[in-house]
Design a protein. Structure first.
Length: 730
């Protein structure tokens, strides 16, 4: 009782300090200095801060500093004082022009909540992606849409386009694949290379034209004939300006890197070659950048996460390094991988191949029976992987599904089962603190030798994939916490709290579906989101609401300030475990090694402070690009696959409802639209309150989570869309 009163008193002191007018947001370390808490006794302060965060009384701002959460009344008062000026006629704004296939467009303004509508007749010479200046023509007040007119194109956003070449008499046009780029590109005589009518090409725009004249350009690459193996994916990749080949200087630098190690390479490293460790990856993986080891003494687990020391081969500011930063990440498409580093590195000396000595950076953690990392070391090491394991085989071993595999890997069985134990401890600990697990199945596309999709099915996580995920998360958190405590420049992986305006809408829908919703007054905690997902578990509407909740959250990104990770309910998080395919991991490996070697001088600290913001920004931008192109190629391949099944029946779940129809996700993960005007049995209208389509005469409803039988009406790989019908076709 006395201890509880003491904690309550200390919580009050900390909270009152933060509520003072004079208080400036501080980090935990600065608060400890203010409160005169010695370095060895700061654990209780962290616990108190965690309690206040859990209660919603304080928050962590974008710079990783603690501040008090103001009451609803105070917040409203502040909002009154800082009301945004309404967009009025005659005002000028600058932003990015986003074109719509139907001719009109929008001005997208950074940090603004709403875009400005641009009617077709007011677009001028603006093209999709251009930076433009507009003038407001109609006020955006009384619930009306604000409209503008483009007055000046400040910077062209599109330099190259992918499309189909249409040959005419002595000249030609490129009809672009991007439906938002509304004009064909004129190709004068002699500027078409050897392109033939119907070829897929990449064209460079030399003149963006005007209202009366089409853009003009030249063909710089012929990508192939439509239908040829891989041309469709190549076109999507080129449209996002993904680099398909490495520059000659980069390729030559990679070629000069030796393929084997000698004793001199081991100097100053901890020799862990006698430690039994394995890699566990997908069957077709070739860039193996992480290995794991585990032993157990009584109730203490000794977990080793060993990561390929890519920074040993990619020196800062070298041609290899500049190209890696430019790419930011490896991109995994339906039929190929576009690597961040040349294959000689990613599949060779940097890949932790079984039976070969390799250089690594190892995070060695001691974990107790509650799943807590009680101590750890990060060391430069030399390792020797015993076995290259696959997720499938490890899963079969742990579920005791294959006696032959058990005999083959008999020596490793105790370690695998200890890994299973530890994985469950780590996962349960994360779950208790509120980590959110959406667990959506990914789409697995099976392609034939011609690049055509022959099957699609949901590829779900299993006991082996979760095991590796748990160990990687533990290492990432451990490394992030150490470097945050050291106060050194670093790159963190952060995930901000959700935008509550978006979340409120979703929570209202969840509430209407009969799910209990509890949250703090101003914010929602990861634990509360977790509880909602738990309530939804097993319900037909679960996939829809889970996706809706996910979409209402902000995107994770790379930052130089540690502001925590909402989705993981983690105070400290970074990406440490994949330097072969992610640039931030490679960058923080350099910082870690400089620190371990005692070379993190003040000059080095200033150097990293000078470059890391750009590293974080570029890495986040390239990650977004990779996600988008991966998503687009999957949608295209799904449409291609469903084109082979027009007229066939499938079962699926209603995954979204709108005024123009409802979306159905098939059991194979393909999503398509049932257009409202294709429903001939009744006239259907959209019920906003119940979020469903309702038949005027029959009263029949189509709502989220409902199981339906559909027939494939149409599929178009160019628009990447699939259309379904409810009624039997033919």
């Amino acid at each position: 009782m006395k201890k509880n009163q003491q904690i309550k008193k200390r919580k009050k002191i900390v909270y009152e300090i933060m509520c003072c007018k004079e208080y400036q947001p501080m980090r935990a370390k600065e608060l400890a200095v203010l409160l005169q808490i010695p370095a060895g006794k700061r654990e209780e302060l962290h616990k108190i801060l965690d309690m206040l965060l859990e209660e919603g009384k304080i928050s962590i701002n974008k710079r990783g500093r603690y501040e008090a959460v103001r009451s609803s009344a105070a917040k409203k008062e502040a909002e009154k004082k800082s009301v945004k000026a309404e967009r009025k006629k005659g005002q000028y704004y600058t932003g990015t022009f986003i074109s719509h296939p139907r001719g009109f467009g929008f001005l997208e303004i950074p940090e603004a909540e709403e875009d400005i509508f641009i009617p077709e007749e007011s677009i001028g010479t603006a093209l999709h992606g251009d930076t433009v200046q507009i003038v407001v023509k109609k006020d955006g007040k009384d619930g009306k849409r604000c409209e503008g007119e483009v007055v000046k194109v400040l910077e062209r956003g599109t330099r190259e386009v992918v499309g189909t070449y249409q040959q005419c008499d002595g000249f030609g046009f490129v009809v672009t694949d991007n439906q938002r780029f509304l004009k064909d590109v004129f190709i004068p005589a002699g500027k078409s290379l050897t392109a033939e009518d119907g070829d897929k090409v990449l064209a460079e725009i030399k003149d963006h034209g005007n209202k009366r004249r089409s853009p003009e350009g030249k063909i710089i690459e012929i990508l192939g004939k439509p239908g040829e193996c891989g041309v469709d994916v190549l076109c999507v990749a080129k449209s996002y300006e993904l680099p398909m080949e490495f520059p000659e200087k980069v390729a030559k630098q990679a070629e000069r890197i030796k393929e084997t190690l000698n004793e001199g390479d081991f100097y100053g490293r901890e020799d862990l070659r006698d430690v039994v460790m394995v890699t566990i990856d997908g069957e077709d993986a070739k860039d193996l950048d992480d290995a794991v080891s585990l032993t157990k003494e009584e109730d203490l687990y000794h977990l080793g996460v060993h990561i390929a020391d890519v920074s040993n081969y990619v020196q800062y500011n070298s041609a290899l390094d500049k190209e890696a930063l430019k790419r930011g990440t490896s991109v995994y498409l339906a039929d190929r991988v576009i690597p961040m580093l040349p294959k000689k590195l990613s599949n060779g000396i940097c890949s932790l191949n079984a039976g070969e000595d390799r250089l690594a950076l190892s995070c060695l953690m001691d974990i107790d029976k509650k799943g807590r990392v009680v101590s750890h070391r990060i060391v430069e090491s030399v390792i020797h992987v015993k076995e290259r394991m696959s997720y499938t085989n490890v899963k079969k071993i742990l579920l005791q599904e294959d006696e032959e595999l058990e005999k083959r890997y008999e020596e490793l069985l105790p370690m695998f089962f200890q890994m299973k134990e530890l994985s469950e401890l780590l996962r349960n600990r994360r779950k208790k603190r509120g980590a959110i697990d959406f667990d959506f199945p990914e789409s697995k596309l099976v392609l034939d030798e011609k690049g055509k999709v022959v099957d699609i099915y949901p590829y779900e996580q299993n006991i082996a994939t979760r095991l590796i995920e748990d160990f990687m998360l533990a290492a990432n958190e451990t490394v992030a916490e150490e470097y945050c405590m050291l106060g050194l420049p670093f790159v963190y992986r952060t995930h901000e709290n959700p935008d509550m305006e978006k979340m409120e809408t979703v929570l209202e829908m969840v509430h209407q579906a009969g799910i209990k919703v509890k949250k703090g007054k101003e914010t929602i905690s990861p634990k509360e989101v977790q509880k909602i997902l738990k309530e939804l578990e097993g319900m037909e509407c679960e996939p829809f609401f889970a996706r809706l909740i996910l979409r209402s959250m902000k995107q994770a990104k790379y930052t130089v300030e540690d502001t925590g990770h909402f989705g993981l309910a983690a105070k400290y998080y970074c990406h440490f475990t994949s330097p072969i395919r992610r640039y931030p991991d490679l960058q923080i490996h350099r910082i870690i090694k400089e620190t371990l070697r005692g070379k993190m001088t003040e000059a080095k600290i200033q150097h990293y402070r000078g470059i890391l913001e750009e590293v974080a920004r570029q890495s986040s931008a390239m990650e977004r690009r990779a996600e988008e192109v991966e998503r687009e190629t999957i949608k295209m391949k799904k449409a291609e696959y469903m084109k082979q099944h027009i007229g066939e029946a499938f079962e699926g779940t209603v995954s979204g409802v709108t005024e123009w129809g409802f979306y159905v996700e098939l059991d194979n993960t393909v999503e398509g639209l049932v257009h409202v005007n294709s429903l001939t049995d009744d006239y259907y209208s959209f019920d906003k309150d119940r979020y469903c389509l309702v038949g005027d005469m029959t009263g029949r409803t189509y709502t989220m989570g409902q199981r339906v039988k559909v027939w494939v009406e149409n599929a178009d790989e160019n628009t990447k869309t699939v259309d379904f019908k409810i009624e039997r076709m033919g």
